[in-house]
Design a protein around this ligand. Sequence first.
Ligand SMILES: Nc1ncnc2c1ncn2[C@@H]1O[C@H](COP(=O)(O)OP(=O)(O)OP(=O)(O)O)[C@@H](O)[C@H]1O
Ligand SMILES: CC(C)(CO)[C@@H](O)C(=O)[O-]
Ligand code: BAL
Length: 284
Amino acid sequence: MKVITTIEQLKLIIKKEKSEGKTIGLVPTMGYLHEGHLTLASNARLENDVVVMSIFVNPTQFGPNEDFESYPRDLERDKKLAESAGVDIIFAPDIEEMYPTDGGIKIRAGRQAEILCGASRPGHFDGVLQVVSKLFHIVEPTRAYFGQKDAQQVAIIQTLVRDYNFPLEIRTVPIVREEDGLAKSSRNVYLTEVERKEAPAIYEALLIAKEQFEANQNSEVAIDSATKHIEKYTSGKIDYLQILAYPDLKPVTDKTKQYLIAAAVYIGKTRLIDNIIFSLKGEA
Ligand SMILES: Nc1ncnc2c1ncn2[C@@H]1O[C@H](COP(=O)(O)OP(=O)(O)OP(=O)(O)O)[C@@H](O)[C@H]1O
Ligand SMILES: CC(C)(CO)[C@@H](O)C(=O)[O-]
Ligand code: BAL
């Protein structure tokens, strides 16, 4: 496995691989790898000749009062894990390499970014689209892999690819969970022992909402039951808990085929997100 830190070096390697007709799978991450990331990499491994994983804590997607500085980082550990999942190239640029100018050109996410995480984290998806567009141009992947844990992110990136004609396929990987149901996340390391015990209540609440919604298609009742569960079993504060149509992220109607139940909850100071995507005939 190679670890590359400059765009020039990476482009040279990609050019050579592409000239030999090889397919490229890109797995964008912010590092501090866990099984969720490794599942993305294993899927990329199965479907591509070359697997590139980017590890870059992207400053432009963090708000001024967010955890950019304290976000967990451990490249040495990540290298071992990535190699074990079959990654061929880690791309780990520094900030100056990715953003050599003062960033005069911005990309603005559209309507899908006005709600959920986009409402609580203004500018977050603009930063995600900026870095993802750069990665798509640098790596020119055949396929790029994203986790369903960030369901809104996937929906917005799919719109980017369609609207701006990126010649690649977006592949989505289901949420990898701990045994007690908590979605794996790099941010889980922030949780205290007590908070860690409370955190699975988020997924439990999503399951309650799904069950209720399947029974009566009443979003309000479903969200109310889920809210009560979180309030009973955690000391957390709900940022949002909503049922929407997926992937357009519009309100549910009679014509909705796929539903998203999404939550962001502060457990202590840690903001955790989770979701379930399903259709009324069964989970998607
Ligand atoms: N539990 C998971 N299951 C599946 N995919 C995941 C999971 N966690 C993260 N991913 C995916 O891995 C990619 C990189 O995510 P990222 O590096 O932000 O990790 P993360 O653990 O989600 O971090 P955080 O939760 O702190 O934002 C994203 O596409 C994300 O959706
Ligand atoms: C896609 C991504 C790597 C862009 O920085 C990030 O938003 C993430 O880890 O989901
Ligand atoms: N997985 C989303 C990255 C972030 O929270 O900034």
